[in-house]
Every structure is written in C-alpha cells, then in structure tokens.
Design a protein around this ligand. Structure first.
Ligand SMILES: [Zn+2]
Length: 456
C-alpha cells in the first residue's frame, strides 16, 4: 500500500512536471512570437519589396533568393535549393471583356481576368453569344446549343457553408474543368463566375486545366458583381453578345527552386518534421495571405525555436515550395527527392489558408497520430486553438502521402480568405500582425510537441 502510493505520487509528479514544462515552453514560444516576432517584417519584404511571384517570373526568382538569404541570416544549420522545372504562363496586356449592344445598357466593359494556364484569344478577340449554366449537368443537357458560344458558368460559392474552403471546393470545378467540358460541346470560350464569397468588383484568377484530345479554348473569370449583372441581362436577352480579348501565353517550362532550411536534430536526427508554405503567388497581387503568410510562418517556426535555445531531438525543416498555384511541381519534386534520398519524414505541416487567427489544425493519416495530437489540445486551448477534428493537410505536402507521411494543415479562421484570394486585394496591408504571429507561434508549438514526443 505504502509502496504503490509512493509510486503513484512519483508518476503524478513526473507527469505534471512534463506538462508544466510544455506549458511553460509553449507560453515562451507565444511570448517570443508576439513581442519579438519577425514574421510580419519578413512578410513585408516578401510582399512589398518583391511583390507578385508567379512561377517562372522574376518575382519568383527574387523570392527564392530572399528565402535562402533569410534562412542563412537566421543561422539555420543548412539552407539549400532544390532545382525544379516549372510551367511558365504569362498574362500579357490587360484583358478586355465587353457586353455588346445590350438592349438595356448598350456596350459595357466588365471586369475579367484570364485563368492561369489558359490560352489567349489573341488581338482579334472572340465575339460570340453567351449561354449561362450552373453546372456540368446543365451544360450537357444543352448539347448542340453550346456550339459556337461562350459558356458562362455562374454557380456561386455556397454562402451558407460556415467553412468557406468547403464552399470553394463545391464551386471550383467550374474554374478548373469548365473550359474542357465546354470545349467538348463546341464552345469557343468560357467565362467563369469568380470564386469569391461576396459581391465584388474585381475578378479572382486561379488555375484551370486542359486535357489532350480536347480543343483548347480560352478561360476567364468575371467578377461576382459583373456575373450578377450579366445573368440579369441574359434573362431577357437570350442572344446577348460578348467580346473577349486576352493576351496570355503558355511559354516553355522555366527553371526554378524549392528553398529548404533546416535545424538538425540530436537523438533522432534522421526523423524529419517539415513545415512549409508555397513561395509562388498569382501575378495579380502580392500573395500576402496566399501564401506569403505560410512561408514566413514556416521560417519563423525554426527561428523561434532556435532563438529560444531549443535543441530539437528531430530534424526540423522549413520548405518554401515553388509552383503550388499552377502545377504543384515543387511539392512533387520535394517528395520525389525525399524518396530518392531515403529520408524519413514523420510529419508534414502546411500553412496555406491565410494568415488569419488560429483555430486549430487539420490532420490526415493514421488514427494513432491523430489521437496523440488531440491529446495535446489542452496545451493549445489557452491560445484559442480548439478545432482538431477536420480532415486535411496541404497541396504541397500531399505528394508525401504515398510515403506514409502524416499530414497537418494549419487551420485559421476562414471567413475573410475568399474575398481576397487570387485577386489584386491580396496585399500585405490585409494581414494583421498579431494574427500572423499567433499562427507562427501555434505552428511552432505543434512542431515542438511533435519533436519532443514523436507521433507513435
Ligand atoms: Zn495557396
């Protein structure tokens, strides 16, 4: 009886010591991030000094150099580049979208933007009548009526969905596959309602794809405000004409790089924890939330732990992936090299949902690893992180799934992201310093716990 009591109190003591220790360390991570954080300054350099960073552009090349320099400056153990060939698409001069000769409003310019990866119309432009659909089923039912027309995909993101990423997922097929589906029926171009949550005057770009064997037709996005106007006009003017002129081009693939920085571990140095974001952005804006935030938060995770004098057991890596937006070549290359070099990644964390207030983490992989992370929930609750229940990881870390790598996505509040996503509005001033720093600290706290306890 006496002996077991003693044992009990010994274990009780050692458990609470560990918890106190973790609580204290995590408190210190947040203190550092909020009082002496560097993520906001880094984001200013990346977004304001460098600016847009579409794959293959001078901005993307400058961002690669900037990341390498930054991580060297912070004294990480190794910093290196992983060469990768990326698609090189250029927008060219400003697009023209015009409602022609409407009985109600005459000629009217509308706000459009080419979708990434699209071919252009060239200087001659395309003039055709418009046919509106909400989805691919409606399109198929129209059959031969689509021939020679511009198909207008106008299904909004569902505003009743609380998770805006789910609303995005429910609408983005129109942007990604609309041109292929419309071309199969003989359409000459597609006009896609922007993937935005609100009614806005500016369009949202984003990737689209072609498939071999189907004619390539131009794809553009129209602002949600002008989509509403066009739809209203089409109710009374079935043969409304539209003029479209775009100058984008698909060039030869270009050389680029992922940028990797690492702090080597001690006891289990061969076990790697990756934290990353994507360095490329669309050409229309500074890519502050998408995904400058994720990049600087990832660098900040390593910087914070290092500045606190923390000696990791495992190797911790920050990866700036190239080309998430229009090809995922960087993420694919990273996984390919990990396999080739027989690296053992125990977890991959991606931040690519904006630099907003933390809510939790999404997870994908073994149930055992999920329950280990969920058991740390009490350590995160003082910082308002509570959502550890959603499935998911990140696009760039996705290719590591085939190697069995546990996937984690940083999960911030999602309500504002899709009003700026892929638009000229995604700028540095839209990122709140504290929210960004809270995200960096949350990610650093999670990396610390995975490093300390592993996931098995
Ligand atoms: Zn992104």
């Amino acid at each position: 009886m006496y002996r077991s009591l003693l044992l009990f109190s010994f274990f009780a003591c050692s458990t609470s010591f560990a918890q106190n220790n973790d609580q204290t360390t995590i408190r210190e991570i947040f203190n550092q991030a909020l009082s002496r954080g560097e993520s906001h300054n880094m984001l200013r350099e990346l977004c304001v000094d460098i600016g847009p960073r579409l794959s293959g552009s001078p901005g993307a090349a400058a961002a690669v150099e900037w990341s390498r320099h930054k991580m060297n400056e912070y004294g990480f153990d190794s910093v290196w580049l992983q060469p990768v060939m990326v698609p090189h698409w250029v927008r060219g001069q400003q697009e023209i979208g015009r409602i022609v000769n409407s009985k109600k409003i005459g000629n009217k310019e509308v706000s459009i933007t080419s979708l990434g990866g699209s071919i252009g119309t060239g200087p001659a432009g395309i003039s055709a009548s418009i046919i509106e659909v909400k989805n691919f089923d409606e399109l198929k039912q129209l059959g031969a009526k689509v021939q020679g027309k511009i198909v207008f995909f106008n299904r909004p993101m569902d505003p009743t969905k609380i998770n805006t990423f789910a609303a995005y997922g429910g609408a983005v097929d129109q942007r990604g596959n609309g041109a292929v589906e419309a071309a199969k029926l003989g359409a000459v171009a597609v006009l896609v309602r922007s993937m935005g949550t609100g009614i806005e005057p500016y369009p949202h770009t984003g990737g689209m794809r072609y498939v071999t064997g189907v004619k390539l037709i131009p794809g553009v996005a129209i602002s949600t405000k002008d989509a509403e106007l066009l739809s209203k006009l089409l109710k009374d003017e079935k043969d409304l004409q539209f003029y479209l002129e775009t100058h984008c081009q698909i060039l030869e693939d270009a050389p680029s790089f992922n940028v990797v920085g690492e702090i080597r571990g001690g006891e289990y140095k061969d076990e790697i924890i990756v934290v990353g974001g994507h360095l490329d952005s669309w050409d229309l804006a500074q890519g502050a939330h998408d995904d400058g935030a994720g990049c600087v938060q990832s660098i900040e995770v390593l910087r914070l732990l290092k500045s606190m004098g923390y000696k990791p057991k495992r190797t911790i890596r920050a990866v700036m992936f190239m080309n998430e937006e229009n090809g995922l070549r960087g993420g694919t290359k990273y996984a390919e090299l990990a396999l080739q070099n027989k690296e053992k990644h125990i977890a991959a964390i991606e931040s690519d949902r904006g630099g907003y207030t933390p809510r939790g983490f999404t997870m994908s992989g073994s149930e055992n690893s999920k329950s280990i992370i969920k058991s740390w929930k009490p350590l995160f609750e003082p910082y308002d992180l509570w959502d550890f229940n959603q499935e998911g990881g990140g696009a760039d870390i996705g290719p590591l799934i085939s190697q069995g790598v546990f996937q984690i996505g940083y999960l911030p509040d999602s309500q504002r992201y899709f009003s700026i996503h892929h638009t000229p509005e995604d700028t540095f001033d839209k990122v709140d310093k504290r929210e960004l720093e809270l995200g960096s600290a949350s990610m650093a706290a999670l990396v610390y716990l995975i490093d300390r306890y592993g996931l098995k």
